[in-house]
Design a protein around this ligand. Structure first.
Ligand SMILES: NC(=O)C1=CN([C@@H]2O[C@H](COP(=O)(O)OP(=O)(O)OC[C@H]3O[C@@H](n4cnc5c(N)ncnc54)[C@H](OP(=O)(O)O)[C@@H]3O)[C@@H](O)[C@H]2O)C=CC1
Ligand SMILES: CC(=O)N[C@@H](CCC(=O)OP(=O)(O)O)C(=O)O
Length: 346
């Protein structure tokens, strides 16, 4: 067994942090030794998250370099533009970092600043960061000391389009991603529009003019295509807690192709991508709590439009689970270590 890594989690009171705690507490090569909170420092983690009572016997500590000094690997589950202030010192101190926020995802610092509304404070580290989607670049992740875990929508969308784009079968200029998310994607803090009375029994689009995941998705798909892709991405909020459902559309150059075989062979060796049989329609509840992207590929009426349905749990394959998958690669463990548990249904 791989030697136990001492883990710090910055942002332990948030949803992604809590999901990291759930997964890492059962991981044979992880020992969580520090969990931070600015507001709850000094109180037991299990007070904020009673499901962790008897599992995580720690008090929250203030986020500081000193409190993370004994860690081998630090996970950031903080809002955007927080990790970038602390990551340089942690790397200098020899720690490895997995950042679940967007601070190191985009390779262009100017583009990052234009989407996130602040200047990047350590742009030179952006190049050093490895995008943490194992299905794209597991060899680089294994060697990395700074991993930028992907966004939740980008995970569902990029994995869904990947076989079509890599095979060059579709018009790269006219990709469409119509995606729906549950409310936990917005995090734990109270926000207008996320109250039960505001969003229950309703369903709405947002970010139609431009969502910050658009450049992230385009970055990955363009690298695959070898050219810039044209993507229309429209996110929606639906009244469920977890889950993302992405319906993807692409125009095929020719209707003469076996998309089912293409998808099955593209993902045959992937432990966390499940291509469903022809005709299937995955549901978000089929992946709830699981580090799994389930997808199905369709060609309605045998025509020239490919339709891919891709579902993930935003907090697992879309966040903490994928980060643990990266952690496994970084420490030389089995990629599936601690992640083999199926979802919870109903
Ligand atoms: N929710 C999701 O589905 C996904 C989330 N992510 C990303 O993961 C990150 C966390 O998301 P989520 O858990 O939803 O967010 P939450 O708002 O639920 O949690 C954020 C956490 O960060 C802490 N925090 C806030 N500001 C700072 C700061 N300046 N320094 C240190 N800690 C801080 C908060 O704790 P306290 O105030 O107690 O310090 C809290 O624990 C975000 O970047 C998010 O975009 C990525 C993919 C999916
Ligand atoms: C419902 C909701 O607001 N969802 C968030 C996306 C989820 C998320 O966490 O974004 P990252 O993956 O970049 O961290 C949003 O649309 O901004």
């Amino acid at each position: 067994m791989t030697e136990k890594q001492r883990i710090g989690i910055v942002g332990g009171t948030g949803y992604a942090g809590a999901e990291l705690l759930r997964l890492l507490s059962a991981h044979p090569s992880a020992e969580v030794i520090a969990v931070t909170s600015r507001g709850d420092a000094g109180t037991p983690v299990a007070e904020a998250y009673p499901q962790l009572r008897g599992v995580i016997d720690l008090d929250f500590v203030e986020p500081s370099t000193d409190n993370l000094a004994d860690c081998d690997i630090v996970f950031f589950a903080t809002p955007h533009a927080a990790a970038m202030h602390d990551v340089p010192a942690l790397l200098d101190a020899g720690k490895r970092v997995i950042d679940l926020s967007a601070d190191f995802r985009l390779k262009d610092a100017q583009e990052w600043a234009s989407w996130y509304g602040v200047e990047h404070v350590c742009p030179t580290l952006i190049e050093r960061a490895v995008y943490g989607m194992p299905e794209l670049n597991r060899e680089e992740i294994a060697k990395a000391d700074l991993v930028a875990a992907p966004g939740c929508y980008p995970t569902a969308v990029v994995l869904g389009f990947k076989p079509l784009v890599e095979a060059g079968l579709v018009d790269f200029g006219r990709l469409i991603a119509d995606a729906k998310t549950g409310v936990s994607g917005a995090g734990k803090s109270l926000k207008p529009g996320f109250l039960f009375a505001e969003m229950q029994e309703s369903f709405k689009a947002y970010g139609v003019a431009g969502h910050r995941h658009l450049p992230e998705i385009r970055q990955s798909l363009s690298a695959m295509a070898g050219t810039g892709v044209g993507l229309t991405f429209v996110p929606h909020l639906v009244p469920m807690i977890r889950g993302i459902h992405a319906t993807l559309y692409a125009q095929l150059h020719s209707a003469d192709c076996d998309l089912q075989s293409l998808y099955e062979s593209a993902y045959a060796d992937e432990p966390f991508v499940d291509v469903l049989p022809a005709g299937a329609m995955p549901e978000t509840r089929h992946v709830r709590g699981a580090n799994m992207c389930r997808m199905a590929v369709h060609r309605p009426g045998g025509g020239d439009t490919a339709v891919v349905l891709s579902v993930i749990d935003n907090l697992v394959k879309g966040a903490a689970g994928q980060a643990v998958q990266c952690f496994n690669l970084m420490i030389g463990a089995d990629e599936a270590c601690g992640l083999a548990v199926p979802g919870a249904l109903p």
